[in-house]
Design a protein around this ligand. Structure first.
Ligand code: TRP
Length: 500
């Protein structure tokens, strides 16, 4: 039986889902031409490459098509003095034609020919894999987890660098999350949601519903956390997060996060967490200073697990989360340098237009606990009431008194939400002169904000009727993330010599 038929037989017997892609319209077998006809990205391609060393040992390397092999690294790992591409004859003796090898039968090759299989660490983070199937003009599309189960024994090793000419179409990853403890408000919108919507085309975006983190200070009221999951899903849909572009997932469905957290916690001291400014404020807010629940105390490190479970490159968050992202970067750096690997990414925070939006009461931060929020889901009537009772310049008593615009919450909102900039300038001028009353400033703000919130409100209503569908998407998203995270966990375990 020829190799192609053996592969198909093995795939069918194993019961995995797969697809055979027709690439016959490609000009050549070069990856460049295959990418052009299939619309795949280089980061989804996985090549099976055969090498021979001076002892005639055959080494098979699986590497992503957006990466280059560093031969020095392979020599070191395999104890080889020289390393050459296998000759055409040798490849044929293994059952393949040059350029048409496939990873599916590697367990058989290990048994029959004693080949050694090295898998580049970066391949571990793939989801959809496109690889050879030993037939000219065709490729195999399969999920990484399914493929790797078929391969048999392999070593995960760090042996590649990016191939600069093949970065096109390889999207960087974004991860953010929200605790499901309340509805989202306009502070979330300007701080983070707006960025997420803007970036979802250009990036591979992941949005996590942080229900495990939410339990760290709500563990006695789990129903509150559970109920808010679908509220968050509706808010996401309402602001324009596209569930087909963005992978929305649920934290508790990805236990690999907890595993990453345990490994990272070796690299941080209790004192360091105590100095995290966000944790300091939050402990005070919750009255936890005297008796601090360990689960809550550890959440900054657990959050690094969230971010690194997909090896994110960017984290769009509000300014209050900056220390968390900083901790995460430091943990990655320490892990990588301690074990001499590049397993974990060093993600950067990305802040929204407004770092911390003030609340309607003029307090520095819009926050549910301060009861000063304008929610995305607020009705027109509620919005009007909230705006008309906003704090403005407290030193100004009469409409004829000159007022201060800077730092005045009503004008901060005007700047962010009123697209009629000449109206805003006019109001500011008259406010400074004392020729406009608060009521007019607020009424105009209401009109502007209502224009902004109306379409969001309408989409939210639509989402209410789609809750089941959105939940299904989040469950599917979680499964996808598990596949990626397990690869990262395996790489971490290899680095720490606990992978068996
Ligand atoms: N701690 C964040 C908040 O309270 C939510 C969150 C959880 C998060 N995990 C994350 C944000 C990972 C960014 C990345 O808003």
């Amino acid at each position: 039986m020829n190799t192609y038929n053996r592969i198909v037989e093995k795939l069918d017997k194993s019961g995995v889902k797969y697809n055979i892609i027709d690439q016959t319209s490609a000009k050549s077998r070069r990856v460049e031409d295959l990418v052009a006809v299939t619309g795949m990205t280089y980061g989804e391609g996985l090549s099976t490459l055969f090498f021979v060393n001076e002892r005639d040992e055959i080494i098979v390397i699986l590497r992503r098509d957006d990466r280059n092999i560093v031969s020095k690294a392979v020599k070191k790992i395999t104890g080889s003095k020289s390393l050459n591409f296998a000759t055409e004859e040798l490849i044929e003796s293994l059952g393949y034609e040059k350029g048409l090898a496939s990873p599916v039968l590697l367990s058989e090759l290990q048994r029959e020919k004693g080949v050694r299989v090295l898998v580049d660490i970066k391949s571990n983070e793939m989801t959809r894999v496109i690889c050879g199937i030993a037939k000219e003009g065709y490729a195999l599309e399969i999920q990484k987890e399914d493929l790797f189960k078929l391969i048999g024994n392999y070593e995960v090793v760090d042996i590649t660098v990016p191939n600069e000419s093949r970065q096109l179409g390889v999207k960087k990853r974004i991860l953010t999350g929200d605790r499901p403890t309340g509805r989202l408000h306009i502070g979330h919108y300007v701080g983070s949601l707006k960025n997420r919507v803007a970036l979802q085309d250009e990036y591979d975006q992941f949005v996590m519903i942080a229900n495990v983190q939410a339990l760290t200070d709500n563990f006695k009221t789990p129903e509150k956390v559970a109920e808010h999951i679908s509220e968050l899903l509706c808010d996401y849909y309402a602001v324009g997060i596209d569930f087909d572009k963005t992978t929305v997932f649920i934290q508790s469905e990805v236990p690999q996060i907890h595993e990453i957290f345990v490994y990272l916690s070796n690299f941080v001291s209790v004192q360091q967490i105590q100095h995290n400014p966000t944790i300091k404020t939050e402990l005070a807010q919750r009255g936890f200073e005297q008796s601090t629940p360990l689960g809550f105390f550890m959440y900054p490190i657990h959050q690094a697990g969230d971010i690194l479970c997909v090896n994110a490159d960017l984290v769009p968050v509000g300014k209050d989360q900056a220390p968390m992202v900083e901790d995460c970067r430091e943990l990655s750096r320490k892990f990588n340098s301690t074990y001499g690997v590049k397993v974990l990414s060093e993600p950067k925070a990305l802040f929204g237009v407004e770092h911390n939006l003030p609340g309607t009461d003029g307090e520095a931060k819009m926050s549910k606990s301060l009861n000063n929020c304008i929610y995305l889901s607020d009705s027109e009537g509620v919005l009007k009431k909230k705006i008309m009772s906003m704090k403005t310049d407290t030193n100004r008593i009469r409409a004829t008194d000159p007022g201060t615009v800077e730092g005045n919450t009503v004008f901060i909102y005007h700047d962010l939400f009123n697209i009629n900039t000449s109206e805003v300038e006019d109001l500011k001028n008259r406010y400074r002169l004392g020729t406009v009353g608060d009521v007019e400033v607020k009424e105009k703000l209401f009109i502007a904000m209502n224009n902004f919130l109306k379409p969001i409100r309408e989409r939210r209503l639509e989402a209410e009727g789609m809750k089941e569908q959105l939940m299904k998407k989040a469950v599917e998203g979680s499964s996808k993330v598990r596949g990626i995270s397990q690869g990262i966990v395996d790489s971490m375990k290899s680095a720490m010599k606990i992978k068996f």
